[in-house]
Structure formats: C-alpha cells, structure tokens
Ligand binder design. Sequence first.
Ligand SMILES: NC(=O)c1ccc[n+]([C@@H]2O[C@H](COP(=O)([O-])OP(=O)(O)OC[C@H]3O[C@@H](n4cnc5c(N)ncnc54)[C@H](O)[C@@H]3O)[C@@H](O)[C@H]2O)c1
Ligand SMILES: [Zn+2]
Length: 378
Amino acid sequence: MSESSSKPIRIPIDIGATPTSLVVERGGAARIAQTLADAGIPVADRRVLLVIDRNVSAVAGRIATSLAGAHAHVAVIHLDATEAQKSMRAVDDIWHAALSARIDRGGLFIAVGGGLLGDLAGFAAATFLRGVDLVQVPTTLLAMVDSSIGGKTGINLALPGGGLGKNLAGAFWQPRLTIADADLLETLPARQLRAGLAECIKHAIIVGEPLFSNLNADAELLALGDPSAIDRLIPSSAAVKAEIVTRDPFERSERAKLNLGHTFGHAIETVRGLDLLHGEAVAIGLHAACTCAVSRGILPSATADRIVRLIERCGLPIRLPTPVAVADIEHRMGFDKKNQGGKLRLVLPRAIGDVTIEQDEHPESLHAALTAIAARGE
Ligand SMILES: NC(=O)c1ccc[n+]([C@@H]2O[C@H](COP(=O)([O-])OP(=O)(O)OC[C@H]3O[C@@H](n4cnc5c(N)ncnc54)[C@H](O)[C@@H]3O)[C@@H](O)[C@H]2O)c1
Ligand SMILES: [Zn+2]
C-alpha cells in the first residue's frame, strides 16, 4: 500500500454530549496519533486496543507505530471478518483481549476494517466496562461512506429455526472519530468496492444534486476504482449520512430514509445460494424501489430509468442472478425488522432528491417491483 497524503476534510457529526467528526484524509491511518490529537483525543499514556480485520493486518503496524510514537500502550487483536464471526463469541474474544491489555474506563478501542469489523468492535466498545471510547478506521468504501458513521453497532444472532439473523443485537455507540483514508482501499477487491457504490447511489437519490450528477459523471471511473473519482466521492457521500444521523440519531424519523433499497435488499441478501454482497443486494433493491414507485404513479419512469442506468454503469446488478420465487422474497420482506405494526414500510423515490416513507399496502406495485428484478429469462 502506498502512503500518500491529502489535505484533511473534516465533517462534523454533532450527536449527544460529545461532538464527533469524520476526517477524510489519504495517509490518515499512518498519522493517526496526530489526527486524534487534532480532534482533541490525546493518546499519551492511554491503553489502546486495536481491533483489526485480518485481511488488513498489514495496516496494523503503521497505526501501532504512530500510536506508540505518541506514547500510547497498544495491544492488537486480529479477527476474521465473516458474518458467522459477527457473534457474541467474537465480542467475548475482544473483551478478553481488552482485559489482558488492562484497558480501563479511560481506554480506547480502534476498529480497523470493513463494516462487519466496525459493527463488531463497536458493540464490544459499547459494552466493555459499560462503554469505552471508540475510533473507527474504515477500510471498505461502504464503511467509509456509511457504516462507520452514525453509531449503529451490533452482531448477528443464530435464529431458532436455523440461519443467521443479521444485526439482531446491538447498541447505538457513537465513535469519537472516524478516519476515512482512501489509501486503505488499494487492497480492497474490485467487487467489494463496487458494492460500496450502491450506498453512494442511495445517498445521491436521497440528497439529489449536485451529488447525483457528479456520481453520474464519474460512474465508469468509480467502477474501475479511479483514485481521483474516489476522492471526490467519499466526502460528499459520507456527508449525506453524517447530516441525516445528526438530525435524527435514533432513527425516529428521517434516518429511516437511509433504508431506501434495503427492505428489498435485506430480503434478497438472505436468500441462500444467491451469494450477493450487501451492496449488490441494495443495488437490486434500488431497482425494485424505483419500479415500485413508478407503478404507484409517484415517480416518473424517465427518472427511474436514469437511476437504473447509473446503477448499471457503476458495474452493479439490477436483477437477481438466478431465479427465486417471488413469494419467497415477499415472505422475507415481511420479516424485515424495520417494519412497523406488522405493515411493510417502504422507502420510495419520488424524484432525485426526494424520497418518501410509505406504509400502506399496495400488492400490485410490490409485485411489479419483484417481477422487474427477476432473473432474465424467468
Ligand atoms: N452500522 C451500520 O450502520 C451499517 C451499515 C451498513 C452495513 N453494515 C454492516 O457492514 C457489514 C458489511 O460491511 P462491508 O461491506 O464493509 O464488508 P465487510 O466488512 O464484510 O468486508 C468485506 C470483505 O473485505 C475484506 N476487507 C475489508 N477491507 C479490506 C481492504 N482494505 N483490503 C482487502 N480486504 C478488505 C473483509 O475482510 C471482508 O472479507 C455488514 O455486516 C453490515 O451488516 C453496518
Ligand atoms: Zn446498506
């Protein structure tokens, strides 16, 4: 991995008693002690636990060197980032590493990894000694623009009937700081990078211009991982999430808009055998949400076409890769934990820059959406 540098961009996230922020800076991980000091988080004589995704282990040395140079006492735990590993057992491993490192209430956890590791380490930080400081160093595009912002942490639970229930136990725990260092994306597989673009498209549909046009202009470059296009994207996309969670930290109203594409996406993601990444399922879910909105007469079809073309140009799927029974997806959508009062809650676009939360049942439009995303030839 190269070590470049860029002028840091600071995005404030004023939630709760202690304001937090996101710093977007190439080379930020290697200069973490300075970045923390600049944000009013000194590390001298502090006990720090680095919780790191095994696939980015190479970064641990750089971060530990920076922290040790600022006289922190650093311990490291490396973990596999799989959904099965996002469990109480892994939380227990992190707690034990923290005990061995003699982390006290003044200690600090630093989570280095994708959204999975960030959710897991965040939950361990929220609960260890009833809560220790947390800093997020996301290493996937999805985590940089989405999951490391807003304080949702959690683990999966084994369901009584078998299978994994995603994010069923968790806590809101705001990181003191998130450092988005795009140099860390150099080792990220291209498919994972493109999956992160789905959340960026979602943000662009929610917020509108100029983000949508900018994303449109850069789509092919982004699909190829062009560093300048990535640098243009991260701060503007992350800012959408930061602004929404600042206004509605506990998802009482506006934050629910961030579930655009996700009611369909979560249902698709859990179908065994499709092997879709979260972002890929969200991309298909965005297509479904557009079709549903057109069918209800609340979105012009030309706007839906514009969105769907953008999804495709970003190298993301708009249909299921293999046939799945429509009834199966409908059934799974009924179990989405974001539903309220037994009614399906759908976030639907009305225009680019205008999304609405719909709670009324509308079987024909749901059916139209699921037909549109069916595998070709079905
Ligand atoms: N907390 C939230 O608000 C929120 C929001 C969205 C998603 N999530 C959660 O985030 C998780 C998905 O996160 P993700 O998309 O970042 O994927 P991930 O964390 O599962 O990482 C994907 C894969 O890439 C590897 N990886 C990560 N960074 C790498 C790098 N720089 N180089 C090489 N390999 C790297 C990981 O080890 C893993 O194998 C899910 O568990 C989801 O539930 C949470
Ligand atoms: Zn998502």
